[in-house]
Design a protein around this ligand. Structure first.
Ligand code: SF4
Ligand code: SF4
Length: 364
């Protein structure tokens, strides 16, 4: 397992985390075994916007004794009083639900308390009006909640909330289908979504990724907007390449499925290459580097994806990006204009020109 640091909280977060939408469907012993397998495989970050209330006692049983080693994101607005997942902006319901979740999880604290599921401006207005945000803050002041999170599918609402209140972790739906305008939660255009990634990286807000497989559609050629299936590993790499992303949170229903996720690190680089999606990039995404490194190898030894990422982040106002860039072994000025990357890039990036532009920007 590899880990990434949340710059605002100092938490070391596993690149692969685990969602909780479906695990409750497994038989109890198997579900507990699957969670323990995840933990022993190095997964330390768990989302608890569960599909059913039954999930919470499974986590309590599987991880109660190692609670201090794991990080939970818990949602203020998820309601399980009816068994199945429900969404509520009513303060008393939220309070009851949070107390109940803590009891089931066998814990008395929350690593990341989430402002839950804010997809419309009116959700946030109601959240504030009903005192749910203030309740979350009061638990933070009391030490029950360590850090504040926000979950949303909508870039404009994310930007608004980040403008108004401090947030340490964002849960956002990230996959190539949504980024390219396909699917139920494909909210915002390419540039709006990209701006969210860059803002999070710049401000040190970690992103935890929900729906990395677009609800499974991307894994099935007959449902995928790209008319061919991607693998789980390609989708995970895609999300991990986005600026700001710390962890990807796929679901699992068994030990076998958890082990399959953990096998991400056993895959050869070619198996993680998702550049096939370049064929389906919409016009607004064409010519924009997605940092996939499909254009490797560069004969001059440049890490083309990383150089482009730091440049884009610097343009977005990330002051650390310039420092990171200067620490690279090879910079844009080392480009020998061979044209290999231009020929290889499925996203039609004119990289030779871009390297000149980057070199001028950073004054190599
Ligand atoms: S230039 Fe193209 S192939 Fe290379 S990292 Fe960027 S998007 Fe990927
Ligand atoms: S054009 Fe420059 S960056 Fe691209 S492969 Fe050649 S040397 Fe590397």
């Amino acid at each position: 397992m590899k880990y990434r640091m949340n710059q605002r909280t100092g938490d070391r977060v596993s690149e692969i985390g685990l969602g909780s939408a479906y695990l409750y469907k497994a038989e109890t012993k198997e579900a507990v075994r699957a969670l323990r397998t995840a933990y022993e495989g190095g997964i330390n970050y768990f989302d608890l916007a569960a599909g059913h209330g039954m999930a919470f006692s499974l986590w309590g049983e599987a991880l109660g004794d190692v609670r201090k080693n794991v990080l939970y994101q818990i949602h203020f607005g998820a309601d399980y009083s009816g068994g199945e997942y429900g969404w509520s902006l009513d303060l008393d319901t939220v309070k009851r639900s949070v107390d109940w979740m803590l009891e089931q999880l066998k814990t008395d604290y929350i690593n990341y308390g989430f402002i839950h599921c804010q997809d419309e401006d009116s959700d946030w207005e109601t959240y504030r009006k009903n005192g749910v945000y203030e309740y979350l803050l009061s638990l933070k002041e009391a030490g029950t909640v360590r850090h504040i999170g926000l979950s949303s599918h909508t870039p404009s609402v994310i930007e608004r909330i980040l403008d108004e209140v401090p947030v340490d972790m964002l849960m956002f739906s990230v996959n190539p289908a949504y980024d390219y305008g396909h699917g139920e939660y494909a909210n915002g255009g390419v540039d709006e979504r990209t701006a969210v990634y860059r803002r999070c990286e710049r401000d040190g807000i970690g992103i935890s990724v929900m729906k990395p497989f677009s609800g499974g559609q991307l894994l099935d050629a007959s449902q995928s907007p790209f008319r061919q299936a991607l693998t789980r590993y390609q989708c995970i790499r895609y999300a991990l390449d986005k600026p700001g992303v710390l962890t990807v949170l796929p679901g699992a229903q068994s030990t076998v499925e958890v082990k399959r996720l953990l096998a991400y690190y056993d895959q050869p680089e070619e198996a993680l290459d998702y550049s096939i999606i370049g064929q389906f990039a919409p016009i607004e995404a064409d010519g924009k580097c997605v940092y996939c490194n499909h254009c490797r190898p560069c004969p001059a030894g440049l890490d083309i994806g990383l150089i482009n990422k730091y440049y884009d982040l610097a343009l977005a106002g990330d002051r650390m990006a310039g420092e990171h860039y200067r620490k690279l072994a090879r910079n844009a000025s080392d480009c020998i204009s061979c044209g290999h990357c231009d020929r290889r890039c499925p996203f039609h990036v004119h990289q030779r020109e871009r390297m000149r532009e980057i070199s001028a920007f950073f004054r190599d």
